[in-house]
Design a protein around this ligand. Structure first.
Ligand code: ACM
Length: 538
């Protein structure tokens, strides 16, 4: 197919769907399913859908002779070249040497063009023809996002760990792509169940494929404290030794945590650590009797109730504790943000909650970080520059929504995580074995089919910094459990965060999502075969 015109992504993908003869119909039993993967995936038929796609000419073919060219003066570009080679070598079996750009004229080139301001911090351009494939970005993060596009344009078998037959073709043309929102997050609760460094890295890699740029780690809760704090060692020695259901729990040493942060940074993801307070603190209260108003340490907690614990807002030692914890965690955090929770403080009076937040937020600033809090923080006085993470539901009382909207009008930035849309731990239907249902059932379409800019009435679109998909782990204990709930809803939230509003369309999205199935399989990602999606036959 030759097209020189620049076509909007949505129209483009509709044309491409038609051209490829892929079914858009209902996926109910007996419904049509997409044909087997084509040898050349139409340009832009990926998740998240790119902002602009111009198919043109013949494909680029990766061969045994292909070199990956980078600007050798840039350490980040060299690292990106090695990362790309590492992705492509196992399945292609090609050597794919990483060389200086000038030596890779007909290969894959990763080019940094600092003056290409139109591409922003994370945008990229991919140009593919039989003569070569060039990724251009203003910054390394953009090259990394572009590499994910290149990866998805190749056959899914490229994700396999053993040599596959190929051929390895990328459709000809140009993709020019920038994100809709700067904040595209996922949260992992490592407190209710502990997940090892390797399990967290596995999730980071899955997020990277969908251009997520923020990993929020929920590091403390009633059931477990997961990050070493040298000045309060019982937090991990005692508070880290439990989890939901009575398992052994666990925690990250500082070096292990730094390793997570480094691994995420190499995938251009910023890690936001969350220490939830003043509620959700039983693990801390159980570790140190003096943090309790009555001076008595409660036993460890391995159930799934919420709202029963609180730091003691009236005790000076509480603020010594908070200062130490925030200081040590800020020192482990190259990113801008530190999340202080603030949700479900049902055992803290409103006066105490407000007083606590008035004292704690300046501590975050003192250690050079910006506050993020769950949206209950808007019931106190959010600090200058703070982000509020909205996790309400359609049925959340109007007054609570308006309080958040008013804070947004007053300058508090919003991250949208509506629980009945983005909570990846909600069951898909009543028959989903894992997960919870307090926010209702959240099928794949429901999680994708909403608009962040207009979601919260009265909140200006300019306040919406982006979206985040939280994954709470009361019922989830393994990577396979995480994946079954995250996939396939996570790619939909990632697309809401990345792709232009004008491209939003369930009918075309569900076809592109279905086409991810062989990629999930190749990567060993467990996923839920929702009947709303026209999956290829197994
Ligand atoms: C939350 O789900 N309690 C933030």
């Amino acid at each position: 197919m030759r097209q020189r015109r620049r076509i909007p992504a949505l129209v483009g993908s509709l044309l491409l769907v038609a051209a490829a003869g892929v079914a858009c119909g209902e996926a109910s039993a007996g419904g049509r399913v997409p044909a087997a993967e084509p040898e050349v995936r139409p340009l832009g038929r990926i998740v998240p859908v790119p902002a602009s796609v111009t198919p043109e000419g013949e494909p680029y073919t990766l061969t045994r002779a292909t070199r990956i060219g980078v600007d050798e003066d840039s350490a980040e570009a060299r690292a990106l070249g090695r990362y790309l080679a590492g992705l492509l070598r196992p399945a292609t079996g090609f050597p794919l040497p990483v060389v200086d750009e000038a030596a890779a004229r007909d290969g894959i080139r990763l080019r940094l063009a600092p003056d290409d301001t139109g591409l922003g911090d994370e945008g990229y351009r991919l140009a593919s023809s039989p003569d070569g494939l060039t990724l251009t970005a203003r910054a390394p993060a953009g090259l990394f996002r572009g590499v994910q596009t290149l990866r998805q344009q190749l056959p899914s078998a490229v994700e396999r760990g053993t040599v596959q037959p190929g051929p390895w073709k990328v459709a000809g043309g140009t993709v020019t792509d920038t994100p809709r929102y700067a904040y595209r997050g996922a949260m992992l609760d490592v407190s209710r169940h502990f997940f090892t460094v390797d399990e967290v890295k596995r999730y980071i890699d899955q997020l990277a494929l969908y251009k997520v740029n923020t990993l929020h780690l929920h590091l403390s809760d009633d059931q477990g404290w997961r990050i070493a704090v040298d000045s309060w060692p019982r937090l991990t020695a005692h508070g880290g030794a439990t989890e939901v259901g009575g398992g052994p729990g666990g925690f990250y040493t500082k070096e292990q945590y730094r390793e997570i942060v480094r691994y995420a940074a190499a995938r251009y993801q910023e890690v936001i650590p969350e220490i939830d307070m003043p509620g959700h603190t039983n693990a801390a209260l159980s570790s140190y009797a003096e943090l309790n108003c009555d001076g008595v340490a409660p036993p460890p907690y391995t159930g799934v109730k919420v709202g029963f614990s609180s730091l003691c807002a009236s005790k000076p030692v509480t603020y010594d504790f908070v200062d130490d914890v925030i200081r040590e965690i800020a020192a482990l955090t190259p990113g801008r943000y530190l999340h202080i929770g603030g949700d479900e403080a049902h055992s803290t009076s409103h006066a105490d909650y407000t007083a606590f937040m008035d004292r704690v937020q300046p501590v975050v600033a003192k250690y050079g970080k910006t506050v993020v809090g769950w949206h209950q923080l808007t019931g106190a006085t959010p600090a200058e520059g703070a982000l509020g993470q909205y996790w309400g539901l359609d049925r959340t009382p109007a007054a609570e929504k308006e309080r958040v909207a008013a804070a947004a009008r007053g300058g508090t930035g919003l991250v949208l995580s509506p629980a009945d849309r983005t909570y990846l731990d909600m069951k898909y239907t009543k028959d989903t074995p894992l997960g919870l249902s307090w926010a209702g059932y959240v099928e794949v379409r429901r999680s994708y089919d909403w608009d962040p800019d207009s979601y919260l009435a009265g909140a200006p679109a300019s306040a919406v910094r982006g979206v985040e998909a939280p994954l709470w782990t009361e019922t989830l204990a393994t990577s396979s459990d995480l994946e079954t709930m995250a996939f396939p809803r996570l790619p939909g939230i990632a697309e809401l965060g990345w792709s232009p509003a004008a491209s939003h369309d369930w009918e075309t999205y569900k076809v592109r999502l279905a086409e991810q199935a062989p990629r999930f399989d190749a990567l060993g990602i467990a996923y839920h075969r929702s009947p709303q999606v026209p999956w290829p036959a197994e």
